[in-house]
Write a protein that binds this ligand. Structure first.
Ligand code: ADP
Ligand code: MG
Ligand code: ZN
Length: 502
């Protein structure tokens, strides 16, 4: 394993080298059935209950293409600004692995369904970085192996392995970037931001669950370094198993530092796959990379070529929803925010929460202010993400509506929100249980007003002589007496009325 001593400091890597990235993202489509058979695809079903002769590769079984899978692939290609092939075929990628019962993966090789596109990616500082897309092609997922008895679920040292073929044949789209150059120090950030933007895009298209934690979105990160005067790319490694956005960023950074150290001492980089380990935040060697020749690709003889008519492609283009960046621009304009304000709210992870709070009936500026101020503060104190706070947008929206109706003051509202965060239930239940309703009963308020005026006769005198601004001190005193439960506006009115009478 690589120890810290084998890593070059990040700044030094950047002084000596330019990083080059290549990202391969696999996304499982959310079709009802598999890519080449009628088996269902529900995640988490009992092992080996979603299989048939086709996806088990039994002799004589013949595959049929899933039309929805093709539609999704074309829509993804269009959203990524790709050209859509006039004619393309599936290919067999031949290799043996126990999780692949056919002994070949049905994939696409030199005839991908979509190619030559780009995706604009928003970076943390608000600038946009364009990532060029080489291709998006269709293929099928493999089954899952479970290695039992070894350490960390690895095959080495395992006593036995279990195989689940439910996932074998689930449609996958692999989206491959062209080599990404010119990122400099932002290489790890660009990698994360790209996967994040792609995930948002696939979610908006409703073609995948895009759950990195469940494996429906997976990223392999290719990284190489080139010296400043080099004219050719260096040798790359391909890091697999990167199953969170944070890991994408860390894996790229780690590989840069590892490769930098090797190159600086005259060593050379092995073209290999590596595995990212969440716990040590490092990569370890996998296998020496196969070349395309090793797979003996050939056109799949059991499937007809795909020749999407231009009319069909245009019909599919018309089904593209509002894409994430279009939606962002619309929301920014609707909410009347500057680029910086909008970026801050995106970086705080508040965008979807605000949208949901607005959908639940709250005005946008109120929703935004709660999420980016009080609730962000609460999330920071607890060391959790904003979305992990135990308050739903619907509950927050209810609190905001109660403030607008004059049934809660801001002070009381915070106590209600604290109650929700403490798991005390719905806002209305908490108001009842904690007795937090606004005191709007004038007689109760008047008693407190009279008391406060009597306690501060000099201020009372000032108000009577026309110095209305002095009323603020009495309002404060009344709020204190009523533990923040009074409606401040009404209290002020009552003070002025009282002083006018006397
Ligand atoms: P493989 O079959 O080896 O996975 P792919 O073509 O599917 O190859 O993906 C390779 C990825 O790595 C692509 O995104 C490509 O742009 C990128 N890439 C190619 N050469 C380099 C390099 N020298 N350094 C970094 N990335 C590279
Ligand atoms: Mg690949
Ligand atoms: Zn099947």
């Amino acid at each position: 394993m690589t120890s810290v001593a084998d890593l070059m400091a990040y700044d030094e890597v950047l002084d000596r080298f330019d990083p080059v990235l290549g990202l391969e993202v696999h996304t499982e489509l959310n079709t009802q059935t598999k890519m080449f058979c009628g088996c269902t695809t529900t995640f988490g079903a009992e092992q080996n209950t979603q299989t048939c002769p086709i996806c088990l590769g039994l002799p004589g079984a013949l595959p049929v293409v899933n039309a929805v899978g093709i539609e999704s692939a074309i829509r993804i290609g269009l959203a990524l600004n790709c050209e859509i092939a006039q004619w393309c075929r599936f290919a067999r990628k031949n290799y043996f692995y126990p999780d692949m019962p056919k002994n070949f993966q049905t994939s696409q090789y030199d005839e991908p369904i979509a190619f030559n596109g780009w995706l604009d990616v928003l970076l943390d500082d608000g600038s946009v970085f364009r990532v060029e897309i080489e291709r998006a092609h269709m293929e099928e997922d493999t089954g899952k192996s479970l290695h039992v008895g070894g350490s960390a679920g690895r095959i080495h040292g395992a006593e036995y392995s279990l195989l689940d073929y439910n996932r074998a044949g689930v449609p996958l789209i692999e989206i491959v970037t062209k080599p990404i150059t010119g990122t400099g120090e932002r290489a790890p950030e660009v990698a994360r931001a790209y996967v994040s933007a792609l995930r948002d895009l696939l979610r908006a298209l409703n073609v995948s669950d895009v759950r990195m934690d469940q494996g429906s979105l997976r990223c392999d990160a290719n990284v190489s370094l080139m010296t400043k005067d080099a004219t050719e790319f260096g040798t790359r490694t391909e890091t697999k198993n990167v199953n969170s956005l944070r890991s994408v960023e860390r894996a790229v950074r780690f590989e840069m530092c590892r490769q930098g150290a090797i190159l600086a001492t005259g060593g050379s980089i092995l073209q290999e796959t590596r595995h990212y380990e969440e716990v040590s935040q490092s990569t370890r060697s996998g296998r020496i990379k196969e070349t395309a020749e090793d797979y003996r690709y050939f056109p799949e003889p059991d499937l007809v070529p795909i020749a999407p008519s231009r009319e069909w492609v245009e019909q599919l283009r018309a089904t593209l929803p509002e894409l994430p960046w279009e939606r962002n621009n619309r929301l920014k304009a609707d909410w009347n925010l500057s680029d910086e304000e909008f970026r801050d709210l995106v970086n705080a992870g508040a965008l979807e929460l605000i949208v949901a709070t607005v959908d639940a009936g709250a005005p946008a500026d109120e929703a935004r202010s709660w999420w980016v101020a009080y609730l962000t503060q609460q999330a920071n104190t607890r060391g959790v993400e904003l979305a992990e706070l135990p308050i739903t947008p619907a509950r927050l929206a209810r609190v905001i509506v109660l403030i607008a109706e004059g049934k809660l003051t801001t002070t009381l509202a915070r106590q209600v929100v604290d109650g929700v965060l403490a798991g005390e239930g719905e806002p209305d239940e908490i108001i009842a249980a904690r007795g937090l309703a606004v005191v709007s009963d004038d007689s109760a308020l008047l008693a407190a007003v009279d008391e406060a005026l009597a306690e501060q006769p000099d201020i009372a005198e000032k108000i009577r002589s026309g110095k209305v601004a002095a009323a603020g001190a009495i309002v404060g005193a009344v709020m204190k007496k009523t533990k923040g439960q009074a409606d401040a506006k009404r209290v002020r009115e009552l003070i002025l009325e009282r002083c006018a009478e006397q």
